[in-house]
Design a protein around this ligand. Structure first.
Ligand code: PMP
Length: 423
């Protein structure tokens, strides 16, 4: 469809004179800065030219694109969907909360109930602050740590959101003050436990990105020890691993206790909610300022309470964890080393010997009705349709092995976030 009602110059282009196929992508590029809201949802982050660019809806393990095509979705909303999209009981809880007003003028009883539930569910958390995004939770954790220790310097290792200190470590760090890496807000890269010194307020890491080897657990213990010796706050960013890892999170699984813990994504099955929690003497320090109009937004808090209820009653994280490990093994066997999943049962990174093989595999899966991203998130909804997933992968591998296919789209370009992780 050509643009109809648009007359006159738009950014210097006369829309009457050029024929632009009216795709959702074109429309997005004319209205949304940089064409997309989320870095890893940009067309360039996937196999551009083959992947759909815009979705209409999701349900359970499925999504539908703007042309109505249905896909099994192993990207799972970048890890937010742990029970499946549009889960009826979670949505009902959120809808009930909305009916009583989403954002009220004083603190609400629901936020107290939500805080009590999270303390009970993750007993390590004695006090909590709810926020909306993982970025905010990690920013808050740094601030709380600096305030408590009265120190400035921090170190970090992985992706912890888009706030200035973290982005200052990622090229090109455009728009971030150039002195941020050097002055009082200094942040440096964490590489080894010996980097934890007495001038550090905090070290923030993802305790498990995908490596859950005994060596990694040893490193976490060593970090804990160094933090105790130097009075440094150990912050675990469990934005991804929270409610997704065996025993609910890495902290409870490994029993290596951080001073502060961040969670997000899966905790409310896709409703915008994140949290930072920890010991009361650190969290209750009155000197820091962390606050937001929407922190007590009630639909997300109600959704989180319902997710916890369901993880107690209907859904067992250990079952998902083990089924996910088997899923990974079968997936890897079927792919015979052309591509492979690297990680733990509920979260893996798709790897290949080269980017072209990875792109070709993603392209063929997409054409077969299976969406994969750089990260593959396995959730409860996928457990019901594994056979369909494996059958698509079998067909894809037959086509690839038979030399019947070639790359039609572009090789995904890494978002900044992934450059940090050395991928
Ligand atoms: N920490 C980690 C480990 C993440 O993966 C992400 C997001 N992918 C964030 C923090 C930032 O979370 P958000 O995008 O909700 O701000």
């Amino acid at each position: 469809m050509k643009p109809t009602g648009e007359k006159g110059p738009l950014y210097g282009i006369n829309m009457d004179r050029i024929e632009v196929p009216e795709t959702w992508r074109n429309r997005a590029e004319r209205s949304i800065a940089q064409g997309a809201l989320t870095n890893s949802k940009r067309p360039q982050s996937l196999v551009e030219g083959v992947y759909p660019t815009h979705l209409l809806k999701g349900k359970g393990p499925y999504v539908w694109d703007s042309d109505g095509n249905k896909y099994i979705d192993l990207i799972a909303g970048l890890g937010t969907s742990i029970l499946g999209y549009a889960h009826p009981e979670v949505d009902q809880a959120a809808t009930d909360a909305i009916r009583d007003g989403l954002c009220l003028s004083l603190s609400t009883t629901l936020e107290v109930r939500a805080a009590e539930r999270i303390r009970e569910y993750i007993p390590y958390i004695e006090r909590v602050k709810f926020l909306k995004t993982g970025t905010e939770a990690c920013m808050a954790a740094l601030k709380i740590a600096r305030s408590y220790t009265n120190r400035n310097y921090v170190r970090s290792q992985d992706y912890h959101g888009w706030s200035d200190p973290f982005v200052s470590l990622m090229d090109p760090a455009s728009g971030v003050p150039k002195f941020l890496g050097q002055n009082n807000h200094a942040i440096h890269k964490y590489e080894k436990p010996g980097d934890i010194t007495q001038d550090l307020a905090a070290v923030i890491i993802e305790p498990v990105n995908v490596d859950f080897s005994p060596a990694r657990v040893e490193e976490l213990k060593e970090m804990r020890k160094r933090c105790d010796e130097t009075g440094t706050m150990l912050i675990f960013d469990e934005i991804i691993t929270g409610f997704r890892f065996s025993k609910k999170c890495v902290t409870l699984k490994t029993k290596v206790k951080p001073d502060l813990l961040c969670m997000g994504k899966a905790i409310a099955n896709g409703y915008p909610l994140a949290l930072v929690g920890g010991k009361k003497e650190i969290m209750d320090n009155d000197q820091y300022f962390v606050s937001g109009t929407y922190c007590g937004e009630r639909a997300s808090l109600a959704a989180m309470i319902k997710v916890i209820d369901l993880l107690h009653s209907k859904y067992d994280i250990e079952f998902l964890w083990e089924k996910g490990q088997r899923f990974k093994e079968i997936f890897n066997n079927l792919c015979g080393g052309f591509v492979w999943l690297d990680g733990y049962g509920t979260r893996n990174i798709l790897k290949a010997e080269n980017d072209k093989n990875k792109a070709l595999f993603m392209q063929e899966c997409c054409k077969g009705g299976l969406l994969l991203g750089p990260s593959v998130f396995y959730n409860f909804a996928h457990t019901q349709i594994e056979d369909s997933i494996f059958s698509i992968i079998r067909d894809v591998m037959n086509r690839i092995k038979g030399g019947m296919v070639s790359l039609e789209g572009k090789i995904p370009s890494s978002p900044f976030a992934q450059k940090m992780r050395g991928q």
